[in-house]
Design a protein around this ligand. Structure first.
Ligand SMILES: *Cc1c(COP(=O)(O)O)cnc(C)c1O
Length: 470
């Protein structure tokens, strides 16, 4: 298989950006002027920012209002030297992180746990660098717990096929077995398949609230009940939904129980850097009980460098990101999240209605605000390419081929949803009128869906190599 066509497509996309700037492959013998560097960055900003600011992206930037960004930038600037590894130098950071965990836990049902509950009942957690790290750490904690409790040599994760790629990454990194179970016609984890997949090696059952591909919420209560009955953990991936579902519930939308109010739920990952409106680089992992969190920690008492502890994967960490995260949470507040969620769900309603009205399109499952759709009449990746030509950056999905848009505050501004629907209608008409292979990056999706996974994985490595070429 020749992937040079794919790489040249990629090259076409990236070349104009790369050519606009002189390539730097050596340290400048004499440091460059700060003014010149700032001018260079301003030129990049002028090219790149309008696309997401004007709402052409799915997900990516979840808030994006200028005053919000300016405020967070000021907080970041005040704490740019802080490193929570040195708790003695930056005790404020320790406080911020503990409060981020406490506020997030409370939002996700920790308030239901009685105040006099023991350490194995109380909800605790840590701040991490993102959803992937939250998930990796949880999977490591369940692995170590399974080893300690039951002597399981190769613990297993049971997860629906729609669970985030981070579970597969955890399995690769930590020598775990990932047992994938199918989803039903509504794109929710198939309960019977989960029951069958659980065995004595299962360390955790995964549920998403909602899942990234189709925005559908797995039957968390039922999955957690299976986990409790079989003496295993239940991790809820609320990376996408943690800062939306509690407010959606309060607004009266149909939200099935998904948080710590469900007895068998033993951990939750939730991304502050998505709908928590913090800058990129923070997430929270929450556990029911201290012992599970202990399985996440790293400690050593034998190192000549001294007693060393770190709660997450990194050693030194960017304290400014935690400070900005804290500032995002307390400046937004309950009223802010409620209002943001109201606007997002209303806009998503407009978008869903509009998609249903476009001949040839079909929405997958019954999502709230991450809306996946496909076509039985046009090549959906051709639609992706046609949307790309109109400036849109949507998420292509596989198995089955589809696209999704994760609705954010960027789409709630006047006219954005209408522009999306008008462009989508035109893109579908174009694809129906000119059946054939899609062009551009969309071609990659059409092609890879038909190739063995092994070959595609090698091609993806070539893609990463390519990104690192100057
Ligand atoms: C975004 C996301 C993740 C991974 O988060 P990153 O912050 O990109 O590492 C995991 N699960 C779900 C459901 C997500 O939407």
């Amino acid at each position: 298989m020749d992937f040079s066509a794919i790489l040249s497509t990629l090259d076409e996309q990236l070349k104009p950006y790369r050519q606009a700037m002189p390539a730097t492959t050596r340290l400048p013998p004499v440091g460059r002027s700060r003014d010149e560097i700032l001018r260079e960055l301003a030129a990049i900003e002028a090219r790149e920012v309008p696309r997401w600011r004007e709402g052409y992206a799915s997900g990516a930037v979840y808030h994006g209002e200028e005053d919000h960004i300016d405020f967070l930038n000021r907080v970041y600037a005040m704490c740019s030297q802080a490193n929570p590894l040195h708790a003695d130098l930056w005790p404020s950071l320790v406080k911020f992180e503990a409060e981020i965990v406490a506020m997030t836990a409370h939002m996700l049902g920790a308030g239901q746990v009685p105040p006099d509950a023991g350490p194995e009942e109380r909800i605790c957690g840590t701040v991490t660098s993102g959803g992937t790290e939250s998930i990796l750490l949880a999977m490591k904690a369940y692995r170590d717990r399974a080893r300690e409790r039951k002597g399981i040599a190769q613990p297993e994760i049971v997860a629906p096929v729609t669970a985030h790629a981070a579970y597969d990454k955890a399995a690769q990194y930590f020598g775990l077995k990932l047992v994938k179970v199918p989803v039903d016609e509504a794109f929710r984890a198939d309960l019977d398949a989960v029951r069958t997949a659980v065995n004595e090696n299962t360390s955790v059952i995964v549920a998403s609230a909602p899942g990234f591909p189709h925005g559908t919420i797995d039957p968390v209560a039922e999955l957690a009940a299976v986990a409790a009955e079989r003496g295993t953990g239940c991790h809820v991936d609320a990376c996408l939904g943690g800062f939306v579902l509690p407010w959606a519930e309060r607004l009266g939308y149909p939200v099935p129980p998904f948080d710590f109010r469900v007895p068998g739920v033993t951990s939750i990952s939730v991304d502050t850097h998505k709908y928590g409106y913090a800058p990129k680089g923070t997430s929270v992992i929450l556990y029911r009980g201290q012992r599970l969190r202990h399985h996440q920690y790293y400690t050593t008492a034998e190192w000549p460098g001294g007693l060393y502890v770190s709660p997450t994967m990194a050693g030194s960490r960017p304290g400014a990101l935690s400070a900005a995260c804290w500032a995002a949470l307390v400046s937004t507040g309950e009223d802010g999240y409620l209002e943001a969620t109201r606007r997002i769900l209303e806009t998503a309603g407009t978008i869903k209605e509009g998609i249903r009205a476009i001949p040839g399109l079909r929405i997958l499952g019954d999502p709230l605000w991450v809306v996946a759709f496909t076509s039985d009449e046009a090549d959906i990746f051709q639609v992706l390419a046609a949307m790309g030509q109109r400036g849109w950056s949507l998420n292509p999905l596989n198995h089955p081929p589809a696209l999704h848009i994760a609705v954010t505050l960027r789409h709630t501004r006047p006219g954005v949803a209408e522009r999306f629907l008008a462009d989508l209608r035109a893109a579908v008409e174009e694809a129906r009128a000119n059946p054939g292979a899609p062009g551009g990056a969309a071609a990659i999706y059409g092609l890879t869906a038909t190739l063995p996974a092994e070959i595609v994985r090698e091609a993806l490595k070539a893609y990463l190599d390519y990104l690192y070429e100057v």
